[in-house]
Design a protein around this ligand. Structure first.
Ligand code: ZN
Length: 129
């Protein structure tokens, strides 16, 4: 069953709220990374040999950077879903054209594929990796 306008509005708000939340997380992490990098530079100037603190700090930055990349790919998916709403194909599987289950959209509002196609896509990705 295709989504009603009311449903689409509901998912649009859900997506926008999620987008704002992730945006904030990314901005916070970016600030944290920048601050850590600045502190590292200060540390390097003050001391020649990096001690364990320095190493911990570096892997911390790497973890944060990885998280930023993950969050940015989520943002991309949310943007795509918001585009789909604007274009009028939201909630339609981009592989087989079937309506995506509402329950599925409630769990994953940025879902591009129906469950069946998602499984297929993931299997292809797994095979390619
Ligand atoms: Zn499908």
């Amino acid at each position: 069953m295709a989504l009603r306008e009311k449903d689409i509005e509901y998912f649009r708000q859900l997506l926008e709220a999620e987008h704002a939340k992730i945006d904030k997380q990314v901005a916070g992490l970016r600030k944290k990374i920048k601050k850590s990098l600045d502190e590292d530079r200060v540390f390097e100037r003050n001391s020649g040999d990096p001690d364990s603190d320095f190493i911990t700090e570096s892997s911390e930055i790497e973890k944060d950077e990885m998280l930023v990349r993950q969050l940015e790919s989520s943002l991309q998916q949310i943007d795509d879903a918001l585009d789909a709403i604007g274009e009028g194909y939201y909630g339609i599987c981009q592989k087989c054209g079937a309506s995506i289950d509402r329950a599925r959209l409630k769990t994953i509002p940025w879902a591009k594929f129906c469950y069946k196609c998602q499984v297929e896509v993931e299997e292809v990705e797994k095979g390619a990796a």
